[in-house]
Design a binder for this molecule. Sequence first.
Ligand SMILES: Cc1cc2nc3c(=O)[nH]c(=O)nc-3n(C[C@H](O)[C@H](O)[C@H](O)COP(=O)(O)OP(=O)(O)OC[C@H]3O[C@@H](n4cnc5c(N)ncnc54)[C@H](O)[C@@H]3O)c2cc1C
Length: 451
Amino acid sequence: MESYQETELAVVGAGYAGLTAASLARQAGKQVVLVEARDRVGGRVWTDHFPDGTYIDRGAQWAGPGQDRFYALARQTGVDTFPTHDEGMSLLCMDQRMKKYKGLIPPLPLPALLSLDFAIKKMNRLSAGIDPSAPWNHRRALEWDGMTLGGWMRAQLKSRKAHRLFTIAMEAIFAANPDELSFLFSLFYTRSGKDLDTLMNIRNGAQQDRLMGGADLPARRLAEALGDSVRLQAPVRMVRADDTSVEVCGDGFKIRAKALIIAIPPSQVLKIRFEPGLPVMKTQLMQRMPMGCVWKCYAIYDKPFWRAQGLNGLVATDFGYTSLVFDNSPRDGEKGILMGFVLADKARAFSNLQETERKASILSSLARFFGPAASNPLLYTDQCWATEEWSGGCYTGIMGPHTMTAFGPELRRPTGRIHWAGTETSDIWNGYIDGAIRSGERAAAEVLAYL
Ligand SMILES: Cc1cc2nc3c(=O)[nH]c(=O)nc-3n(C[C@H](O)[C@H](O)[C@H](O)COP(=O)(O)OP(=O)(O)OC[C@H]3O[C@@H](n4cnc5c(N)ncnc54)[C@H](O)[C@@H]3O)c2cc1C
């Protein structure tokens, strides 16, 4: 039998955006129902706990300076942060050669270093002039939105080594090939997280801190407080809207609400049937925001043995599938955990391998970086995000050319009583958890203004 419920606000998607919006509406005394397709909350943030108490973040994991809303939520939900381990030497493995280095400046020949430094500073300078709440208004918006980041990089980075390292950095930031990205979108995204240095760095950057208990703990605490207002395993299939209410339908349930917040990735919106159909601009925007592509690969050891070799676990490389490796060990170093990102085109190619091949490939890379001990972890596990039914990819919805200028103003525009949240709609920290939280706050304010 179909269940029927009436409420003031319905929210679709229990990621950080939807949970924030639902919690704020509840605090304002409104009746809320939050519907989530998965059997868990957190969305693109998912902490996996093992029987021995070890846990890994299969999705998002870091917070850094400027992400004030994320830190505030961690404090509010009683979750501590701890610094990402980065003490020791980093490794650069390019053109089959491995070099150790300390600090932020990679051991490249001087012309390559100068070229890299010039490109980073130039991208910072151009992005500083962008208004993140309306990037399409920039005087050069049309020109930049007609170009790709990849095209700009080829014009700027004449040194092959510098180009390669810059590509690794951009793929790590966007989980996309630079040729997929509009240059205007890339500048906006950079500005939205302050600058490239902030996006790239551990200390004073977006990779500075991790969350004790895992990055989904604040989400689980928000859901606990919302209690039975959260309905799991309830994918929304259809939304019917009229001038006074919105009806949200899924398998065996129907919810009628005075307002609706949709807090899911843009490409997932296309799976929902709308009656009447969404405005053409909104639908076409959703069709133009594909998800990035990333795998997270984990090798868990009984201790972080690389630290004794003076290494901090950080590797940037063009060798094999993983292009960046981090020390993801727990704060107390009770276990040693290495995490490798496989990104963009390499992530798509990696998806064609069987698990045994993926494991063999990643472990052989790790052994090359850290020695034979890396070949024998207690556990290897990896996580593909493109095959996640309710994400379709990660980290975020990206924009190719001619999307930001033609469709950008649609990102946050409400559709009658339907309001739009999700990190992709945020002007600040777009693509990050912090942006998701901010988008939930904005959407909640929109509906509370008339509910
Ligand atoms: C591998 C990886 C690494 C990342 N690293 C970081 C990081 O270190 N730091 C950082 O800040 N960010 C990082 N991100 C990005 C971050 O995870 C996202 O920006 C953020 O979690 C998005 O939150 P959201 O609420 O907007 O969307 P989501 O988390 O995607 O939430 C949307 C929810 O809606 C649900 N849903 C979808 N369709 C339906 C439907 N039809 N009906 C009902 N429910 C539906 C989904 O199941 C999901 O729970 C990373 C992401 C990934 C995947």
